[in-house]
Structure formats: structure tokens, C-alpha cells
Design a protein around this ligand. Sequence first.
Ligand SMILES: Cc1cc2nc3c(=O)[nH]c(=O)nc-3n(C[C@H](O)[C@H](O)[C@H](O)COP(=O)(O)O)c2cc1C
Length: 180
Amino acid sequence: MTKKILIVSSSLRSGSNSEILAHEAERGATDAGNQVEFVNLKGKDIKFCIGCLSCQQTLKCVLKDDMADLIVKVQNADAVIFATPIYYYEMSGQLKTFLDRCNPLYSQENKFKDVYLITSAYDSSEHAADRAINGLKGWVECFEQSRFAGALIGGGVDAPKSAASRDDLLKKAYELGHNI
Ligand SMILES: Cc1cc2nc3c(=O)[nH]c(=O)nc-3n(C[C@H](O)[C@H](O)[C@H](O)COP(=O)(O)O)c2cc1C
């Protein structure tokens, strides 16, 4: 069955390792016959959530920026892959801001079910992404139709584009996308 898959890449640097891995997941998901959309947060205007909670009444955010279009893509996807660099052993601030700004979805019917995380970090420990994974799991738990479906821990990559020569990570990313 063809699935609608949304990929949200949150690194803002050029030659981003997490973005390289996210594109490899895109390739895998596309090869498997899915409809895949890749969104890059670079250059997007996404303000911090101001916590007014008016979205819980109006189902819309009072802030006027690029999230209005992006939130619809999250809501209507079957699966979402988030990609983030590890910053201070957490997800990037850009991704956290994106997740917070999805708050209008909290009191709505949503389609997205499987949620994945792709990370990149200098640290090659298998635990380098633990806190980022836990953070995303917390978000997923707030959406009852949704489940955390898996993570790729892209450890041992630091310089821009270094993930491009890591065949092991590229293979895992491709498979993550292909197996959705
Ligand atoms: C502000 C900042 C904080 C970082 N913190 C960590 C960290 O806690 N652990 C780690 O292993 N790497 C850390 N790094 C390195 C990045 O995770 C690493 O370079 C990664 O490959 C960047 O991914 P990107 O190219 O997709 O942006 C940090 C980098 C920056 C800029």
C-alpha cells in the first residue's frame, strides 16, 4: 500500500549529515513505492510557540509564519521522519520548536501514525541520541493514533558531508525509509 511519508530535516548547516541520511531514507521510501515529501527547515520562518493555547479552541496558531503550511503536511502524512543533529545530547532547538508548534494538532484528528527519528552526532556511542529519542517519544505519546517506530543513531559524524562516506549509516537510513 502506498503511504504518504513526510520527512522533516531540521539541520540548518550546508552539508548536513542528518540531512544526507534523511535523503537516503527518502530514496528508500520512494523505491518502496511511497509518496514522499522532503521538507527542509533551512530558510523557513518558524517562530517559538508563545504558549497562549488559543489553538486548543481555534485549531489554528495565532503566529503567522511557515508553520501554517507545514502543520497540514504533518497532520495528513501516514508516517513522519524527523531528522536532527544532536546538540548537547538533545534534539536541535529547531526541531523542538517545530514539535511545539504542532500544538494545534493536539486537539484534532490526525492521520500520522509511525514516527521515526534520524540523528547525527560526533559521538559514536549508541547512547548519543537517547535524550533526543526520549524527547520525541514524549511528543508522540501525546498523539494517541501515533507511535514511535524507530530511530537511526548516526554516530561518529561531525564535519559537514562526513555521513556521505559512511556506507553503514547510509544503508541503515535507506532501510529505515524502505521498511516504513
Ligand atoms: C551546538 C552544537 C552542539 C553539539 N552537541 C553535540 C553533542 O552533545 N554530542 C555530539 O556527539 N555532537 C554534538 N555536536 C556535533 C553535531 O551533532 C555533529 O556535527 C552532527 O554531525 C551535526 O549534524 P548536521 O550536519 O546534520 O547538522 C554539536 C554541534 C553543535 C553545533
